[in-house]
Ligand binder design. Sequence first.
Ligand code: NDP
Ligand code: 2IT
Length: 446
Amino acid sequence: MHEKLSSIYDNVLRRNPGETEFHQAVREVLESIGPVLGKHPEYAESKIIERICEPERQIIFRVPWADDRGEVQINRGFRVEFNGALGPYKGGLRFHPSVYLGIVKFLGFEQIFKNSLTGLPIGGGKGGSDFDPKGRSDREVMRFCQSFMTELYRHIGEYTDVPAGDIGVGGREIGYLFGQYKRITNRYESGVITGKGLAYGGAQVRTEATGYGCAFFVDEMLKARGTSFDGRRVTVSGSGNVAVYTIEKIEQLGGRVVACSDSSGYVLDEKGIDLDLLKQIKQVERGRLNVYAERRGHNATFVAGRNVWEVPCEVAMPSATQNEITGRDAAVMVGNGCIAVGEGANMPTTPEGIKVFLEAGVAFGPGKAANAGGVATSALEMQQNASRDSWTFEFSEHRLEEIMRDIHDRCLQTADEYGMPGDYVAGANIDGFRRVADAMLALGLI
Ligand code: NDP
Ligand code: 2IT
């Protein structure tokens, strides 16, 4: 790492003790942007990087609620408003027992550069709670969401901060959150949250956008190497929102997805995942993946407690959570003939894993580029809400495809410009950083 950046990184470690995921996300960006400082001394002079590493505002609050037995439960809520140079803070809410400040800050930090890469006017933020929705009734989830919003509402707004979903926060939760916001404020402020249902201000393609966008991004990487998804063997981790629509688009593009997972294990289905069955189990019944294998019969097997990356594949789409591909997993994947990786999840590959992929010449699409289709389509939802319009599915999907192609091309061009051809990690970090840095310079000492 560039000497100046290394001392900035040491300061980040000192100022944010114990927040290992945040450290990892910062390190990855700082390792890429050294060459930019050579070309732009004004960034270092005005301490842009030090400022970017310090969130503009961090909100932590108590979320009390009563479960179905009447017992009082207490969770912790977070919203980190990281950088508002490009637009209102924008980023999802994650409900998962592992959530703490270090996770929210890593996600918020990634979001700054991802949102910048979309080219749309959105700043970076993230939030969530250590609430675990698993096994909770709809009514419990509703009471939790209402209590969460009873504090959060005073910090957000169409022009201030616009949350959306992430792990554990899908259409059901967004509905309850928006309902409570509307009730407290007595405003039908559609643009305050994205991922809304189509019946009340949601946008076509937002549900599908992250997965579809990630498949489009990998399709572009494959095309850049003169090949395609056609006939390729693909594995996907997770079986939530991102995973399901990644599988759907890859099947449409001619690929065959043979495995997907959840935190209990993975399912192997050599004939290709039956998407209707997967959606029924995961989206309607909110069930576990072993049920998929039971109902699919002899075509599929469920492998409990093991890692989906042991299944040989040509293309891998990690779509579950952070640090799910280690250096060892990556080496196994490369050994099995993996030629491309598209990160649907945020930071799913460890630094050691990224190194293995890049050294092996794998086409590696980092999350902040490859999964930007979700937040980009959220920005399109904000645009439709602001103009009280709604676009067709076809038009919205076409916009998403254009945005993903544009991000892909800019990552490649930027990597070329800095003498690192084919390195999408460097391309994404540098291009995302430059736009935020230029806006911050123009806005004075903010
Ligand atoms: P969902 O809650 O819909 O699905 C998450 C999936 O990942 C589930 O299958 C879940 O399994 C699995 N998973 C979650 N945590 C773990 C864990 N600690 N270990 C193993 N498996 C786990 O979330 P999304 O699909 O929305 O999000 C998936 C990833 O994509 C996240 O990294 C998120 O930040 C990222 N992302 C999401 C976007 C969106 O628009 N939703 C946009 C861009 C990125 P189980 O049910 O067993 O826990
Ligand atoms: O990580 C992400 O980009 C998201 N969870 C989506 C954020 C958004 O505001 O749509």
